[in-house]
Design a protein around this ligand. Structure first.
Ligand SMILES: *Cc1c(COP(=O)(O)O)cnc(C)c1O
Length: 387
């Protein structure tokens, strides 16, 4: 059997894979088993922040591999402590809990918010407001948090206590009033990724911050996709001039190894005590050593590059033939095309460019350091595919 047949025979049928067997990558280029080259505008869904086989990341990971690969959270180790310090110093948040994925990072945020709210306001203060068209993960609880009905089918009953609201000031006020005194948290993506690459309006964020301060509601920013430099700032919320009480992240900070991070601000920093949360692999030294190498390179110079490339993508695609609209922030871009998005993806693949979709849009999540010439080439191929 070839790889396609092996995969279809033995792997659960959860992914509608494209018929591409990737065997090698370097930076923003990948090659399939037939030697065909592709420019990667997806970075493994915002994971490979510095592309594939990035030398500095390989060096950091390999150095740690030669020391020890895992110990357990019963002992101290340097990579996770250093990574936590770097994250707190750069965000102003106070404490970090490590896990292995975005969904787990969100689970821990939900646990932290519910514990805080129950301690303070009693055990019926547990409701969490999330946004329509959000995506927060695949566990039973983060599916409940996800504000898209299509994800809820077949898995009922989901975790109780989530309500979904439109990302509008009016619907937020209404939802808060309907659940008065019972709301533990509001959880949101600064740019909803899977839901169509939709940035929040500044007026909505300002209202959310105001309500949360008045009512002592915890704000949880799910920065799993938009975080770690992708928005043009280190974290997406930094574009809006406020600091959430909890920030979760994963994907891009791992650079390709699994890591989940829940950062807790002043209010929640002491909410967890020994035994209340844990993860066997959480804070794994290999993953943390890699993440340190990623995080320390997301500096002002790189972020300026991200913004510059973002401006280039928007200016090329806005008003282009076959393009209806362009949304997003930084190197997280959604493109509504006249043609069916799936047809555009297929045409891009045929011409050597990998792009993603988000609902019925094309989604672009290139590596933060994609070279300008490759970006130009890929965007021109995408533009042709849209016509
Ligand atoms: C991908 C994603 C998740 C889930 O992350 P996993 O690592 O797949 O569990 C959660 N929230 C957002 C915003 C995401 O984009």
């Amino acid at each position: 059997m070839n790889i396609f047949e092996l995969d279809r025979s033995y792997i659960a049928n959860t992914y509608a894979r494209f018929p591409i067997n990737i065997v090698k990558g370097k930076g923003s280029l990948v090659w399939d088993c037939d030697g065909k080259e592709y420019i990667d505008l997806g970075s493994g869904i915002a994971v490979n922040s510095f592309g594939l086989c990035d030398e500095e990341w390989i060096a950091a990971v390999t150095e740690q591999l030669g020391k020890f690969q895992h110990t357990s959270n019963l002992y101290y180790s340097e990579p996770c402590a250093k990574l936590a310090q770097m994250l707190c110093e750069r965000t102003g948040l106070k404490k970090v809990f490590f896990s292995n994925s975005g969904a787990e990072a969100n689970e821990s945020a939900i646990k932290a918010a519910r514990k805080y709210a129950a301690d303070k306001n009693g055990s019926d203060c547990y409701t969490i407001i999330t946004l329509k068209n959000s995506f927060h993960g695949r566990t039973v609880t983060t599916l409940a948090a996800t504000g898209q009905d299509s994800f809820h089918q077949y898995f009922q009953p989901l975790t109780h206590g989530f309500v979904h609201c439109e990302a509008t000031v009016d619907d937020l006020r209404k939802t808060v009033n309907e659940n008065k005194g019972k709301i533990a948290a509001i959880m949101f993506e600064i740019v909803r990724g899977e839901g169509g690459v939709l940035p929040l309006e500044k007026s909505f964020v300002d209202e959310m911050v105001k309500i949360s301060r008045e009512e002592d509601i915890i704000l949880i920013a799910d920065e799993v996709q938009v975080g770690n430099g992708r928005s043009g700032k280190l974290y997406g919320y930094m574009n809006y001039g406020f600091t959430p009480d909890v920030v979760t992240t994963a994907k891009g900070i791992g650079g390709g190894l699994p890591i989940g991070i829940t950062m807790l601000g002043e209010k929640l920093k002491d909410v967890f005590t020994p035994g209340l949360n844990g993860s066997t692999f959480g804070g794994n030294p290999i993953c943390c050593a890699g993440a340190i190498s990623i995080l320390q390179r997301i500096d002002d110079k790189l972020l300026e590059e991200v913004s510059k490339k973002s401006r280039y993508i928007f200016s090329e695609l806005e008003g282009a033939n076959g393009v209806e609209s362009v949304t997003g922030m930084g190197l997280m871009v959604g493109v509504r095309t006249v043609k069916d998005a799936k047809a555009v993806v297929s045409e891009c693949i045929a011409n050597g460019v990998l792009v993603l979709t988000a609902k019925d849009k094309i989604r672009l999540l290139p590596a933060l350091n994609i070279p300008f010439d490759l970006l130009e080439k890929a965007i021109s191929i995408l533009k042709k595919a849209c016509v």
